[in-house]
Design a protein around this ligand. Sequence first.
Ligand SMILES: Cc1cc2nc3c(=O)[nH]c(=O)nc-3n(C[C@H](O)[C@H](O)[C@H](O)COP(=O)(O)OP(=O)(O)OC[C@H]3O[C@@H](n4cnc5c(N)ncnc54)[C@H](O)[C@@H]3O)c2cc1C
Length: 471
Amino acid sequence: MTSPVAIYPKTGIKVIIVGAGFGGLTAAIECTLKGHEATVIEKAPVFQQLGDIISLSTNAGQIMSRWDSSLVADKLRPICMNHKSFKINTGKGEFVYEQPAMVPSREKPMYNGHRADIHRVFYEYAKSLGVSFIMGKRVVAYHEDPSQQKAWVETDSGETFVGNVVVGADGVRSRARKLVLGFDDKPKSSGYAIFRAWFSVEGSGIDTDPLTKEFVENGDTHTGWLGEDVHLLVASCKGGKEISWVCTHTDDADIDDSWSNPGKVSDVLKILDGWDPKCRAIVSKTPSCVDWKLVHRDPLPTWVTESGLTCLLGDAAHPFLPTSIQGCSQAIEDGAVLATCLSMAHQDSSIKSDAKVPTALRAYQRLRYDRVKAAQETGKELRDKWHKADWTKVRENPESIRMPREDWLLKHDSERFVRRMWSRAVAELAGGEKIPMRSLAAGRDSDEFDVELPPTPLATPKEEIEDPLSG
Ligand SMILES: Cc1cc2nc3c(=O)[nH]c(=O)nc-3n(C[C@H](O)[C@H](O)[C@H](O)COP(=O)(O)OP(=O)(O)OC[C@H]3O[C@@H](n4cnc5c(N)ncnc54)[C@H](O)[C@@H]3O)c2cc1C
């Protein structure tokens, strides 16, 4: 089995990326693979073991399947969940439906695991490709000079980093939104918050308590309990050695500046009062949890500056509710699409050299915006379906409560999509025919989400690697 990894010829495009989350790292990896020069500036001096469970769905997995599998896929598989199904119960513990897990494939893998573990694999892969990292520096100002086709940032240490493109990938509490585009919309409470935890099973009592050992004794499991305005999801990982849970509930508290704050297990148990003793037993064995307020922001009118040399990407452009299970995957799609648009513009002889970067950034926004907006909506849909379930109807049709897996979201190959849509996007930007919504991979009626195209030009196999998933 081949690993289609090859770095394109150098383009001379220098990309300065602010923020080394999954969006920023993917942009850096994809830009490097496509011959651009990527520098990432990250305010954290080192990456800590922060966070808990995160999901990278098959639409992100397709992008990653083109990365060196010995450095990415082979490292992720052992540290990510390998469960057979998702079991859904009512809050009281009545079993309702067992949804088979998606069968992993090499071309369309998905990864669920600890954010810090998966993030480390991305970071190390980016380093191996030669991406430059400036750690421990906070970006405090953004500048552009279209006459020189240059954009640059300043850090709190007074240093300046200059490129042809600047990408604000600085997360849900983005400063780039204000500094770049002038939007100072404070994040609003979505009306919901999540208590979350991840801990080692050893010594916790989960594996010895008859109420809880079923969740870890035979490898990984995934289980949900759904009640009115509350749901609890429990996932075990690494062959049942680690376990995590997320409890989504209504909460109108103010939003502060951190992605999460310490929470109290006793508060979670209050929310789960009267619920299935199994889920209460899991929560009560938890050493500590965090309280993550879910942020809502109205969609931005644009992600790209007037002169087209700076853009936003990932949560900075579009925060997601966790029930969409798409926040990280859409940030990864953004990174791949941006790098591909820069590459397409570079190769497109119909575009004048000083218009190449602005055209790339505008096409990036055009080919992403409606899809992202539609993906954001799915978060509210699933939350409301689970929180407002009519259990009489669900018992008649248990499948109706399943976690949705929609083709337009999960089968989409964002790089192929850009290659296919490029000339239409450029024509529209130049005042030509408008691309219809159905062709923007932005919903159930899309006609462009599952397009098979020839392999990426110039991507020649680097090595032959045996596929552990085949046979
Ligand atoms: C520490 C942390 C833990 C998280 N844990 C989880 C989790 O457990 N589960 C989950 O579903 N999601 C988690 N998230 C959010 C999740 O990673 C994102 O929603 C999603 O992956 C989209 O990624 P992103 O790259 O757009 O943003 P993020 O992942 O938020 O990354 C943004 C990056 O920008 C950096 N940054 C911000 N401002 C500046 C600045 N001015 N200068 C330089 N760098 C800056 C941040 O330090 C961060 O590394 C976490 C985010 C962070 C930062």
